[in-house]
Design a protein around this ligand. Structure first.
Ligand code: ZN
Ligand code: ZN
Length: 355
C-alpha cells in the first residue's frame, strides 16, 4: 500500500479546513495514515512532521509499522502532554476530529493547547480513504474471495431443519479457516419472517421448506473488509411470491450496478434501484439506502442514498444492496462490493446469484 503519500494528502486539506495541524484520534484513521494497528494512541500531523504518541505496550510494534509513512513514534508516560504540546509549538489553529473526540477529550486537549484555537474538523481523513489504492483493493478482493468460498462451503446447510445460528456458524468457520483475520461484522442469517428485519441476528429458528433466507456477511484481510448478501428460497425456486421478490430485487440491483462508473452521481445509483422496485409495486418495501463505501470500516464514505450529493470516482469501493422487506412474509436483499472504474465497475464479491 502507498502509505508514503497519505500524510501529504491530508496536509493538502489543512488550508480548506482552516487548520495548521491536526490531532488524529480516530484509530482507523491513524491506521490508514501510518499503518499503526494498536488500540491506543494519537497522531499529531503538522505541516512538516507526524508524531504518533502511544504507550509502552506498543513500544516494539509501532516503530516498524509506521516506518513507511515517515511518522515518528513517542512512547508516553506521565509526559504525554509535553510530548504533544512541544511538537505543536507554533501552531495557532489545531484541528480535532469532531466525529471521534469525546467531550472529555476535548476538555483535556483544550487544557493542553491553552494558547491555540481548537478547530473542529469533519471527514478530512475519511475523504482520503474513499479512493482506494491497488494494495487496498487487493485486500478487499482477497476478503471477498474468502467470503465467496465460505458461502460455497456452507450451501449444503441451506435446507429445512438447519438453524439460522448453525448456518451462520458454518459461514463464520469458512471465513476463519480460509485465512481471514476475522468476520467483517456479525454474520446475518435470517429466515422466514425474521428476514423482514434488515439487520436480524441469527437465532435458533430453523429453516422451513419454501422460506426466504437472507445471508449477509463479509471477511477481513489485513484490516480491509468485504460485504455481500445472497438471498435464497429453501428448497429452490417454486415460481411463487418469494421468487418474484428475489427476481425484482435482483433486477433492481442489476439496474443499480449498470449505473456505477466514474462521475455518476451517487443518488443516480439509488434512483436506478428504486425505480425498478417502484415499477414492481415494492417502493415502500425498500426501506434503506442503496449502498455504502467499504474499506477499513464496514460502513464508510461515500453513502449511496437518494439524498447523497457527490459522485462516484474511480477507486471507490462501494456496495449496491437494494432489498425489500415485507412483514410476515420475509425479506430479500442482493448485495455486492464493487470497485468503481472509469467506465463501469469490477465486482469484488462474486458468489453466484442464479438459482
Ligand atoms: Zn451487507
Ligand atoms: Zn452493506
Amino acid at each position: 500500500m502507498a502509505l508514503a503519500g497519505r500524510l501529504d494528502g491530508l496536509r493538502a486539506g489543512f488550508d480548506g479546513a482552516g487548520v495548521e495541524a491536526l490531532v488524529v484520534t480516530n484509530l482507523t484513521n491513524i491506521r490508514y495514515l501510518t499503518g499503526f494497528t494498536g488500540s491506543a494512541g494519537e497522531l499529531l500531523v503538522t505541516a512538516d512532521a507526524a508524531l504518533l504518541v502511544t504507550d509502552g505496550r506498543y513500544a516494539e510494534q509501532a516503530p516498524p509499522q509506521v516506518a513507511d509513512s515517515g511518522t515518528e513514534v513517542a512512547i508516553a508516560g506521565t509526559d504525554r502532554r509535553s510530548l504533544v504540546v512541544d511538537r505543536l509549538h507554533g501552531s495557532d489553529r489545531v484541528g480535532l476530529e469532531a466525529g471521534s473526540v469525546t467531550w472529555a477529550e476535548q476538555r483535556r486537549l483544550a487544557g493542553w493547547f491553552e494558547g491555540a484555537d481548537l478547530v473542529p474538523t469533519e471527514g478530512l481523513v475519511e475523504e482520503l480513504r474513499q479512493v482506494k489504492d491497488a494494495g487496498e483493493v487487493a485486500r478487499i478482493e482477497a476478503a471477498a474471495a474468502i467470503a465467496d468460498a465460505a458461502l460455497a462451503d456452507s450451501v449444503e446447510l441451506l435446507v429445512a431443519g438447519v438453524s439460522e445460528r448453525d448456518l451462520a456458524a458454518a459461514i463464520d468457520h469458512g471465513i476463519r479457516t480460509r485465512g481471514a483475520d476475522d468476520r467483517a461484522f456479525e454474520t446475518i442469517v435470517a429466515t422466514g419472517s425474521n428476514s423482514a428485519l434488515p439487520h436480524a441476528r441469527p437465532t435458533d429458528r430453523t429453516l422451513g421448506q419454501g422460506d426466504l433466507v437472507v445471508c449477509d456477511f463479509g471477511a477481513v484481510v489485513d484490516g480491509y473488509r468485504s460485504d455481500m448478501t445472497r438471498s435464497f428460497r429453501v428448497g429452490g425456486p417454486s415460481g411463487g411470491r418469494e421468487d418474484e421478490l428475489r427476481d425484482a430485487v435482483r433486477e433492481a440491483q442489476a439496474a443499480g450496478l449498470a449505473c456505477v462508473a466514474d462521475g455518476v452521481p451517487l443518488a443516480e445509483v439509488d434512483a436506478a434501484c428504486r425505480g425498478v422496485l417502484a415499477a414492481a409495486g415494492l417502493a415502500d418495501a425498500f426501506i434503506h439506502g442503496t449502498g455504502h463505501g467499504v474499506g477499513l470500516d464496514i460502513h464508510e464514505a461515500p453513502a449511496l442514498s437518494g439524498s447523497a450529493t457527490g459522485t462516484l470516482r474511480t477507486g471507490h469501493v462501494v456496495t449496491v444492496e437494494p432489498g425489500v422487506y415485507l412483514t410476515g412474509l420475509g425479506g430479500v436483499r442482493w448485495e455486492d462490493t464493487v470497485l468503481v472504474t472509469a467506465d463501469g465497475h469490477r465486482a469484488l464479491t462474486r458468489a453466484p446469484k442464479a438459482d
